[in-house]
Design a protein around this ligand. Structure first.
Ligand SMILES: [Zn+2]
Length: 223
């Protein structure tokens, strides 16, 4: 989904408000888990300990996994009527969604604490609907408009602000095209900031020196 407005991105002050309003471990797990991994809700509720490679600092979203949840009972078929997902199996939304996601420092201890005693997120967040309810509760408490896609978009923006480019961001979010990442990078203002730092300030510095040099030159001539 391509964002066209900043509605899909939380400002730093809003992230702060959201963080301060978290009052239980599960609220933190869902909200920060989504915010700092950029996972889709369906991915997050299916997130298991076996996805994590602590040594490499990565979470691997698998191609599929056996799942007994209500949602995964559904059989999916393509247009020809062939089964693309049998009952009792979970699959990510697209083939691009099968990807490694970095474990950022913001959630590392949270995930370590949780997966020490649990094998899967589903132990405490039974469904996509339940995850939504938690997000809506945090929205109400924080006064910040929240839905799962805002958290995903904000993750993309945080990466953009850290100078990741579209080629790096796209696979982390599991998008098909660079265009989506590009839109987030544009909205984040990261590119403008960088351009100003690199070009404007550089030009100003050399401009000042040139002028200064000329002045000295003129003064010398006059002497
Ligand atoms: Zn499932």
């Amino acid at each position: 989904m391509k964002p066209h407005t900043k509605d899909y991105i939380l400002e730093d002050s809003e992230i702060q408000k959201v963080r301060l309003s978290l009052s239980s471990f599960v609220e933190g797990l869902v909200t920060l888990g989504l915010l700092y991994t950029g996972m889709r809700v369906s991915e997050f509720v299916h997130f298991r300990r076996e996805w994590i490679n602590w040594k490499r600092g990565l979470i691997f979203v698998p191609r599929q996994q056996v799942c007994t949840c209500y949602e995964c009972k559904r059989v999916l078929r393509n247009r020809k009527g062939e089964i693309t997902k049998p009952s009792g199996v979970w699959k990510p939304k697209t083939k691009e969604a099968v990807r490694p996601i970095p474990i950022l420092p913001e959630v590392e201890s949270l995930f370590r604490a949780y997966f020490k005693n649990h094998n899967e997120i589903m132990d405490v967040v039974a469904s996509r609907v339940y995850a939504w309810m938690i997000i809506k509760r945090v929205e109400k408490k924080s006064g910040v408009k929240l839905f799962p896609h805002v958290l995903r978009g904000t993750f993309a923006t945080l990466l953009a602000a850290k100078d990741f480019d579209a080629v790096e961001i796209t696979p982390m979010l599991g998008w098909k095209s660079f265009k989506t990442a590009d839109e987030y990078i544009k909205l984040s203002g990261a590119r403008v900031k960088k351009a100003v730092e690199e070009k404007w300030q550089e030009k100003q510095r050399s401009g000042v020196n040139e002028r200064f040099g000329e002045k000295i030159h003129r003064e010398r001539k006059q002497v």
